[in-house]
Write a protein that binds this ligand. Structure first.
Ligand code: 13P
Length: 249
């Protein structure tokens, strides 16, 4: 089987502070998790602090602009300078609460890559889209927006995270089978453009992952790790989730 990079990423959203970075730094040493890349996505002002702990880090979004008169925005190059190596792009909260369109997200994806950050493109359907049988249409649109604009080769240095919107922060995680089905759909979709890139592309699952369900999720053949929200704010829970990824390498 193709060896794909395993990643467990914690998205702190608008949570956390210096004390939480300190708690993570005591609880988590990356060397404890061989073959698993552990990444923390704190709010922008904490990126440099997390980088100093030796844990890989990234931003939750980046601006689609280069430096300039854009009050409140943060440039991808600055994120990289602070020691980050990843950026989330298109988290459902950005798509919904901040009206980020597929087109805008392509621009952000480009800026992240130009700055040397690995983009983690987040995709996922809402509950009503799932109920009306639109899951594959929605995911396909979100993934193809990047491939058709930038070419499939751009995915060689990126990651996709499948996060069904109905599973985010609700405690209603997708079953391992439901998640695997969509992950396989994503890999097959990318394979229509390039089989080698599809085989090596890490695809993470996110949505109510915790230390109780991570093991079965990570055991699925097309699930290469997780993007964790709530449970990533608790160092002990997050550590156990990282351990279950090690057990499923
Ligand atoms: P929860 O793990 O809290 O459901 O959040 C998932 C998420 O949005 C990670 O990006």
């Amino acid at each position: 089987m193709t060896q794909r990079k395993r990643i467990v990423a914690g998205n702190w959203k608008m949570n956390g502070n210096l004390a939480l970075v300190e708690a993570f730094s005591s609880a988590i040493q990356p060397a404890q998790f061989p073959q698993v890349e552990v990444v923390v996505f704190p709010p922008f002002p904490l990126i440099a602090q997390v980088a100093k702990t030796g844990i890989a880090t990234g931003s939750q979004t980046v601006s689609e602009q280069d430096a300039g008169a854009f009050t409140g925005e943060v440039e991808a190059k600055l994120v990289a300078e602070l020691g980050a190596s990843y950026s989330l792009i298109g988290h459902s909260e950005r798509r919904t609460l901040f009206n980020e369109s597929d087109e805008l997200l392509v621009s952000k994806f480009v800026k992240a890559q130009e700055a040397g950050l690995t983009p983690i493109l987040c995709v996922g359907e809402t509950e009503s889209e799932r109920e009306s049988g639109q899951t594959e249409t929605v995911i396909s649109r979100q993934v193809k927006a990047v491939i058709e604009e930038l070419g499939v080769a751009t995915l060689k240095d990126s990651v996709i995270a499948y996060e069904p919107v109905w599973a985010i922060g609700t405690g209603k995680t997708a079953s391992p089978e439901q998640a695997q089905q969509v992950h396989k759909f994503i890999r097959d979709l990318v394979a229509q453009f390039d089989t080698e890139i599809a085989a090596t592309l890490p695809i993470l699952y996110g949505g109510s992952v915790n230390e109780q369900n991570s093991d079965l999720l990570f055991a699925q053949p097309d699930i290469d790790g997780g993007l964790i929200g709530g449970a990533s704010l608790k160092p002990d829970s997050f550590k156990q989730i990282c351990e279950s990824a090690v057990g499923n390498v």
